[in-house]
Design a protein around this ligand. Structure first.
Ligand code: ADP
Ligand code: NA
Length: 328
């Protein structure tokens, strides 16, 4: 079967920021139009690889559902579901876990970085979560996976695991291809040499897509640029202003050249406020839609249930075949 299937996952914890939106969610919305079968999973199992408060987590799963719907993920066009509602993910993960050797996981950059950030040694779950990611993708025989650059190493693991399985049990899994989504890398507003990230301790550095207009203005006002009163796009030598230009272009749908041409002579302090306005305008309808959706928890739960049932329908026959191949 040569069907094309797109799979991607997002952790429910934390409201997405401008970088997540421009680097991931926006391309998810486009992919719905380009592929017949598109699966987007709220990967709650992944989020518990680091400690979570149960009641906060439960709310976050519904909040993320609201966010994705408001951003344009359409349950008629893609399967939006909760990972833990489809048991095939963890079952396939076990089979794959038995096929990967310890050093292969210990050498992954993210394991090293994330384990180093923990107070105690990292858990086995944190170590093996890329194997669960492989299962997430392979349990639908997915062919395409939109990912950021930070996930390229994990995608190599997914391909290795698919290849090992095929070698051992016969040609079964397609080797999934990455679709690189984060070409528009949004930088921190406070340190334009770093990417915008939700784990940034400086709250002024990261713009959440549900931030109020006042918060957005404040953050852009405090954005670090330089003392040259001119708008140009020179990412190497003027990272701060160039980040403003890139954000401005991305949220307004204009090209970088068009943005620079229309604002070239402008003082950077004024320009930052103009970009803030463009961001506010872009996210105003999304923000009000999120507020509306969050009021109807039953609706959000139903969306996840219906989506999870559809996902299950695809994963079940794949896993039945996997079990037969493995001899269990
Ligand atoms: P964070 O670094 O804030 O924890 P995640 O690792 O959860 O973000 O990233 C989720 C998705 O958003 C990934 O596809 C990632 O590449 C993309 N992404 C994250 N930060 C940025 C950014 N600053 N610019 C562009 N894309 C980003
Ligand atoms: Na990350």
């Amino acid at each position: 079967d040569s069907v094309e299937r797109v799979f991607s996952g997002i952790q429910p914890t934390g409201i997405p920021h401008l970088g997540n939106y421009l680097g991931a969610i926006e391309s998810w919305v486009k992919l719905q139009e380009e592929y017949d079968t598109v699966l987007y999973s709220i990967v709650d199992f992944h989020s518990i690889t680091i400690p979570q408060d149960p009641s906060v987590l439960q709310q976050s799963i519904l909040d993320m559902t609201a966010v994705l719907l408001a951003c344009g993920i359409n349950p008629e066009k893609s399967i939006l579901f909760q990972q833990s509602q489809v048991s095939e993910h963890t079952q396939l993960s076990w089979i794959l876990t038995c096929m990967v050797r310890l050093p292969r996981l210990q050498h992954l950059h993210q394991w090293k970085a994330k384990a180093a950030r923990q107070k105690h040694d990292g858990t086995v779950g944190l170590l093996t979560y890329p194997v669960l990611q492989a299962a997430d993708i392979l349990c639908y025989k997915s062919t395409h996976v939109p990912v950021g650059e930070d996930q390229v190493q994990h995608m190599e693991l997914v391909q290795d695991l698919a290849r090992s399985f095929n070698q051992k049990y016969g040609e079964f899994f397609p080797l999934p291809k990455s679709i690189l989504t984060s070409m528009k890398k949004v930088k921190s507003l406070r340190d334009p040499s770093a990417k915008m990230s939700k784990s940034d301790p400086d709250k002024l550095a990261t713009v959440g897509i549900t931030d109020s207009p006042e918060e957005i203005v404040q953050k852009f006002r405090k954005a670090v640029t330089d003392f040259t009163s001119e708008v140009t796009y020179e990412p190497e030598s003027r990272a701060g202003v160039s980040n403003m230009v890139a954000i401005h272009a991305a949220v307004s749908g204009l090209s970088v050249e068009e943005v620079v041409r229309s604002s070239a002579g402008m003082d950077t302090a004024r320009y930052k406020l103009l970009v803030a306005d463009a961001v506010i305008e872009k996210f105003a309808p999304i923000r009000s839609e999120i507020e509306k959706l969050k009021m109807d928890k039953d609706h959000l739960k139903k969306v996840l249930h219906v989506g999870s049932a559809k996902a299950k329908e695809l994963a079940y026959p794949v896993f039945e075949q996997v079990k037969k191949l493995v001899g269990i």
